[in-house]
Design a protein around this ligand. Structure first.
Ligand code: NAD
Length: 257
């Protein structure tokens, strides 16, 4: 499977799944554009490391995915792309009647609206190139719910709905749009939920991981960023040319329950 000559933009990719996905795309030969809202030396260094390790072009472009104009500008600054991976995301956990409005707005903007803006900006470039893949990193929470995650669940269900719509709008073109729905992956986003959960359930770290987090993941194992990267590479491959408008769960059986 070679992605040589293809350019992939991965939003929110200086950490976690996004970085893992960018690395796997680069391993497959794609030139990659990394992104986050920060503009630190270490962000640019990540891109340089990927370029050196895999012999591809890699660069980092700072853009805040909570701002529609910056989402669109990212695509233009990158000169368009063949593969767009909408991955940027944040989490906040609270009962809906106590959910901070600014957290609700930020989650909807970053986890859902950003995919609207980037996709709208990227499609004309894909059409010019005559090929394209839009791959949205949704979540098991795009298909099911958990208490206290109203904004996240709403945003991820929204992304799954948008995925189907974009697939229908591009169905007669050599462009596909799909969503990947990961279960728990041990990244900084999940790591940040552990202390509160330990306090809430009065449990130690290992107990929280096994009994609370992985309780819904029948494999009792975290998915890895490499699993997610491999799934993105598959969806970007020619073998997946007729896969569009669907979700692929990478969740150790969570949504089979
Ligand atoms: P993470 O916190 O490690 O990574 C999130 C990335 O998004 C980071 O690179 C961060 O810099 C970036 N980001 C945050 N706000 C941004 C903004 N305003 N503009 C640009 N970039 C921004 O988290 P992760 O676990 O790797 O999550 C990545 C995606 O995977 C998210 O959409 C998340 O919802 C989804 N996901 C994660 C899990 C999991 O268990 N980790 C499960 C299902 C879905």
């Amino acid at each position: 499977m070679t992605m040589q000559g293809k350019t992939a933009i991965v939003t929110g990719s200086n950490s976690g799944i996004g970085l893992g996905v960018a690395r796997e795309l680069a391993r497959a030969g794609a030139d990659v554009v990394l992104n986050s809202f920060t503009n630190r030396d270490e962000d640019h260094a990540l891109a340089a490391e990927i370029a050196a390790e895999f012999g591809v072009k890699a660069r980092y472009i700072a853009a805040d995915m909570s701002k529609g104009d910056q989402c669109r500008q990212l695509i233009e600054d990158a000169g368009g792309c063949d593969v767009l991976v909408n991955n940027a995301g944040i989490q906040h956990v609270a009962p809906i009647d106590e959910f901070p409005v600014e957290k609700w707005d930020a989650i909807i903007a970053i986890n859902m609206n950003s995919a609207f803006h980037t996709t709208a900006a990227a499609l004309p470039h894909m059409r010019k190139r005559g090929w394209g893949r839009v791959i949205n990193i949704a979540s098991a929470h795009g298909l099911t719910a958990s208490p206290f995650k109203s904004a996240y669940v709403a945003a991820k269900h929204g992304v799954v709905g948008m995925t189907k719509t974009v697939a229908l709008e591009t169905a007669e073109e050599p462009i596909t749009c799909n969503a990947i729905c990961p279960g728990y992956v041990l990244t900084p986003l999940v790591e940040a939920q552990i202390p509160d959960t330990m306090e809430k359930y009065n449990m130690g770290r290992d107990e929280v991981i096994k009994k609370v987090m992985l309780e819904r993941q029948p494999s009792r194992e975290f998915a890895t960023v490499e699993h997610l990267g491999g799934t993105v590479c598959f969806l970007a491959s020619d073998a997946a040319a007729q896969i569009t408008g669907t979700t692929i769960s990478v969740d150790g059986g969570w949504t089979a329950l």
